[in-house]
Write a protein that binds this ligand. Structure first.
Ligand code: SAH
Length: 245
């Protein structure tokens, strides 16, 4: 996500500072103190924070941590959470490559990858957030019943992700190449056209929530309203029951 440098970034950041976890490595192994024992869900690359704030608001029994490497968008996500008075979400400004320093083995129950940068060139394959190096980090910090939930509009990145997950021994489930179409069909077969209470949206896109209570993201809203199909999957590290709490 490219943005022009925001003015007053430092003072804006200062105002919402209580939502920022600085030096997050000091909480490795003790996030339950912050989460009050609630399951911990992590979004990698939260952008402007629509997903994390709406999902946190709808799921008070879960504690959310959002990671974002670009301060200009992170501050917008933090301001959103602050405006809404959310008490079950915190933010980290960092890169996904650092996650192993911040969370100890088995500490996270779900990781969300929403519209991650696809890095289409083969040369940059290792930067994709579903490449083997990252999957190994996720496997380590996920709990025994933990999972990765991935959504993207990019079909090539999605297909790469499925292949890479399977090659690395993950169990891939609930694969859909058209999430919004599938949800509309489900709603229709249940005798309802309401796929999530999005009253006032004439073409029915996007429904307010995806399966499992996740909010629609900024990118998802934009692409779905243009008619671009959204791909989604859930993946489980297959050997998760070994050496895990
Ligand atoms: N999740 C949002 C934004 C998608 S754009 C949505 O669906 O609307 C991808 C976001 O991920 C950008 O904000 C980018 O800065 C962030 N990002 C990409 N790679 C990252 C990494 N390695 N670590 C942390 N954030 C990353």
């Amino acid at each position: 996500m490219r943005m022009r440098k925001k003015k007053n970034l430092a003072s804006r950041m200062e105002r919402v500072r209580s939502l920022l976890v600085e030096n997050p490595e000091r909480f490795s192994g003790s996030w339950d103190k912050l989460s009050s024992g609630r399951p911990l869900h992590l979004e990698i690359g939260c952008g402007k924070g629509k997903f994390i704030t709406e999902t946190a608001s709808a799921n008070p029994n879960v504690f959310f941590v959002a990671l974002e490497k670009i301060a200009d968008v992170l501050v917008m996500a933090m301001e959103k959470a602050s405006r809404e008075g959310l008490t079950n979400v915190l933010f980290i400004r960092s890169d996904a490559a650092m996650l192993e320093e911040y969370f100890s083995s088995g500490e996270i129950t779900r990781i969300y990858l929403n519209f991650s940068d696809p890095w289409p060139s083969k040369r940059h394959q290792k930067r994709r957030l579903t490449s083997e190096g990252f999957l190994n980090i996720y496997r380590k910090i996920l709990s025994g019943d933990g999972s990765v939930c991935l959504k993207t509009d990019n079909r090539d990145f999605f297909e790469f992700s499925v292949r890479e997950l399977e090659r690395c021994g993950w169990r891939v489930e609930n694969v859909t190449f058209d999430l919004h179409g599938a949800m509309q069909q489900t709603a229709a077969s249940q005798g309802s056209t309401d796929t999530g209470g999005d009253a006032g949206n004439s073409n029915g896109y996007p429904p307010a929530f995806n399966p499992e209570g996740e909010a629609v993201t900024e990118y998802e809203q934009r692409f779905a309203s243009m008619g671009v199909p959204i791909c989604r999957l859930v993946a489980f590290p297959a050997d998760a029951d070994i050496d895990k709490p």
